[in-house]
Design a protein around this ligand. Structure first.
Ligand SMILES: Nc1ncnc2c1ncn2[C@@H]1O[C@H](COP(=O)(O)OP(=O)(O)OP(=O)(O)O)[C@@H](O)[C@H]1O
Length: 269
């Protein structure tokens, strides 16, 4: 069952007295919802995702999962990164089963559970090979199998496909939301890529920079699987681009006003 995530008025400074990296972020993600977080490089997307994963605690406010404050990582929410962090001396099956083995599950039971996932992800015939012999896309599928094996309520993805070739990326952009829908997992993906956000999410959140805030949202009400060439897809892409540009224009406008005000103050002095 997917979990509810609440972002309760989150502000974060990396050091005392520094300008906030994130400011007053409030939102609610419903069980089984799939959300994409987009924004310019350095706006704080990964910082926010790390907070959802319990890897970083906000200076103010908190993240709640099903009403409980997140204070540490948990097997109930798994994170996937751009590069699959696999143990190169282990087989596909051993890597995929790691989370289950760490939780104390017997090897035969763990292997039987991951075999189902490897089948689903098209890796069944590779289960005994060393992960080093796999392509980047196949390795990312092993990491996905490992993330799913512990039956998570939440899947957090930090630009997981950006290092992959276009064909593999497109396939995974279709497969991962399908799996999340099947298994009723709440998903949050951080991406730079507007098309990826539309291809994978029910809702796209736009973040501003300095400080990072959620300044826009767009519901993606397109049928699955999403086709990039469809008129509805292209129209949403245009809407997101416009919102993005408005955000930048808004920031540029605010900056100009601040600079003018500062100059006026200096002149007046
Ligand atoms: N541990 C840290 N200590 C100090 N500053 C940090 C730390 N981690 C991140 N930052 C700063 O916080 C800001 C947001 O970083 P973050 O990685 O969250 O951005 P992002 O939107 O994910 O960027 P990208 O899209 O390039 O990955 C950046 O200015 C970054 O330099």
């Amino acid at each position: 069952m997917g979990a509810t995530i609440s972002l309760d008025y989150i502000t974060h400074r990396f050091s005392r007295g520094a300008a906030p990296t994130l400011e007053k972020i409030e939102n609610r993600i419903e069980p089984g919802e799939m959300v994409a977080l987009i924004g310019r490089s350095g706006c704080g997307k990964s910082t926010l995702l790390h907070m959802l994963a319990g890897l970083l605690i906000p200076s103010e406010g908190c993240v709640r999962v099903n009403g409980h404050q997140v204070s540490r990582p948990s097997a109930k929410w798994n994170m996937m990164f751009q590069k699959a962090s696999l143990y190169p001396w282990m087989s596909v099956r051993e890597n995929a089963a790691l989370g289950l083995l760490f939780s104390g599950m017997a090897k035969t039971e763990a292997f039987s559970r991951v075999d189902e996932l490897l089948e689903m992800l098209g890796l069944h015939d590779k289960r005994d090979v060393n992960v080093q012999s796999l392509s980047g896309g196949q390795q990312q599928r092993v990491a996905l199998a490992r993330s799913l094996a512990t039956d998570p309520e939440i899947l957090l993805l930090d630009e997981p496909f950006s290092a992959l070739d276009a064909f593999t990326r497109t396939a995974l952009q279709e497969e991962v939301p399908a799996i999340c829908r099947d298994l009723d997992i709440t998903m949050v993906i951080v991406t730079h890529d507007i098309d990826e956000a539309i291809a994978m999410a029910d809702r796209v959140m736009i973040m501003s920079q300095n400080p990072g805030r959620i300044v826009g949202e767009l519901d993606v009400e397109l049928p699955w699987p999403r086709r990039h060439m469809d008129a509805g897809f292209q129209s949403l892409r245009d809407q997101l681009m416009t919102q993005f540009k408005d955000t930048d224009d808004g920031l540029a406008g605010r900056k100009a006003i601040t600079e003018t005000t500062d100059d006026d103050a200096e002149n007046a002095a």
